[in-house]
Design a protein around this ligand. Structure first.
Ligand code: CTP
Length: 400
């Protein structure tokens, strides 16, 4: 029973979906959790505090001041008490207050005092949900490390149909359960992950790069952090970034910068995963000024970059796990096995550009993972976050 004995704060704001929250309270109580509920003043127009206090076995708090007792409600104590905060439904108005640190009622003050992870389930009419201000506020809240439970599509109270419905209480409950069941199997491990492309400058305007988006490296970093590891992500040029605020990041441009940053952290890392698409060649000379088109042809002299992974394999410390990627377009398995041996790896993750929806830029990937004994496991097409999960499963087997 993952919820047995857990303290959960439930915050309800004034949206029609608030009428569904008593079902969520019942599920949490039945699963063994202790539940405290706070509401915004307008939420009580949609669900009564008496229903909620009866179901949760605790008084429901709406105001800072408890007039009948002449005392104040201590939001800081609520912030410390909970193992998890769930705000559902959250209106566009409260979402904005949370994103901008406005603590003008007890619920928003509790949110700002939260010391444990926070789940937020927005619910509003579709135009409000689609509005750039709401989208921005959701992004801001994610960047603070909050978990957003996205609204679903369907019939809305306005009579319109579209996105904006609060996720069903059963599914919110499932996410809470999953949160408490996740084992932090990588706690205490330092993991270094690289991702994205490298850009090799030709002049101040141009570069030689590749199509990597960094999605796989970011997914690996997110999964590792979720599993409790201390993660450092070295990321090539990409507009994407990880959401988990615990992931340390270093941003680089070129293969030589990536080499320097990786090597500086080699010794301290328990696990190193090189998922970056590192340039194999770089211009011998970088022009200080824009190269002008003075002739009909232009010859570029390229020189080899350092093979970072090979260097890591040569200097692998006792007990360190080294994982490489192989991007192949032909003789995939054979080439990946050769790379595994040549670079002294514990695992190699093969992805092929021949697979549909796999590899560069896609949200999905289809990989084959090979271990040092050359045992090969073929995985189906999955989201990159699920691929990251499979990779960590294989890494964990190496510790058994
Ligand atoms: N890699 C690296 N340093 C480089 C090139 C590649 O660390 N200069 C790493 C990649 O991050 C990846 C692995 O080596 O984990 C394999 O990269 P890949 O491009 O598939 O192969 P290469 O070793 O570059 O060999 P080739 O280009 O001949 O396929």
């Amino acid at each position: 029973m993952p919820l047995q004995g857990k303290n959960i704060v439930l915050g309800i704001t004034g949206g029609i979906a608030a009428y569904k929250i008593p079902f969520l309270v019942r599920m949490l109580i039945k699963a063994g959790a202790s539940v405290r509920i706070c509401m915004t003043p307008s939420a009580k127009d949609f669900v009564t505090p008496v229903t909620l206090s009866t179901l949760s076995n605790n008084p429901v708090v709406i105001d800072f001041i408890n007039n009948s007792k002449g005392s104040w409600n201590n939001h800081v104590e609520w912030g410390l008490w909970a193992d998890l905060f769930v705000f559902a439904p959250v209106t566009a108005n409260t979402l904005s207050k949370m994103a901008h640190g406005q603590a003008d009622n007890f619920l928003t003050a509790v949110y700002m005092s939260a010391k444990a992870p926070v789940f937020i389930a927005p619910a509003m009419d579709l135009d409000m949900y689609k509005h750039p201000a709401t989208k921005k506020n959701i992004e801001i809240l994610k960047s603070y490390g909050n978990h957003i439970i996205p609204a679903t599509s369907g019939a809305l109270a306005s009579g319109l149909t579209g996105p904006g419905r609060m996720e069903e209480p059963e599914n919110i409950f499932k996410q809470i359960q999953e949160f408490f069941s996740k084992k932090k199997v990588l706690t205490g491990k330092k993991i270094l992950i690289t991702g994205g492309p490298t850009f090799e400058a030709l002049d101040p305007v141009r570069f030689i790069g590749n199509h990597s988006s960094g999605k796989m490296g970011i997914a690996l970093a997110e999964k590792a952090a979720e599993l409790g590891a201390e993660v450092h992500l070295i990321l090539g040029p990409t507009h994407l970034k990880p959401e988990n605020p615990n992931i340390k990041q270093t941003h680089i441009q070129s293969a030589s910068e990536m080499y320097r940053e990786v090597m500086a952290r080699q010794k301290e890392s328990d696990i190193i995963i090189m998922s970056a698409a590192v340039a194999d060649f770089t211009p011998e000379k970088k022009s200080n000024h824009k190269i002008k088109k003075t002739s009909n042809t232009l010859k570029l002299n390229l020189i080899k970059t350092q093979d970072i992974l090979k260097k890591l394999g040569e200097n692998k410390k006792e007990g360190q796990i080294l994982v490489g990627f192989a991007m192949e377009t032909q003789n995939e398995l054979e080439n990946a096995k050769k790379k595994l041996k040549k670079k002294n790896l514990d695992l190699i993750v093969l992805n092929s550009l021949n697979e549909k929806k796999a590899g560069f830029k896609h949200d999905t990937n289809k990989v084959t993972i090979i271990n040092a004994e050359l045992n090969t496991k073929v995985f189906p097409l999955k989201s990159k976050i699920d691929v990251a999960h499979d990779i960590f499963n294989e890494i964990l087997k190496l510790y058994e």
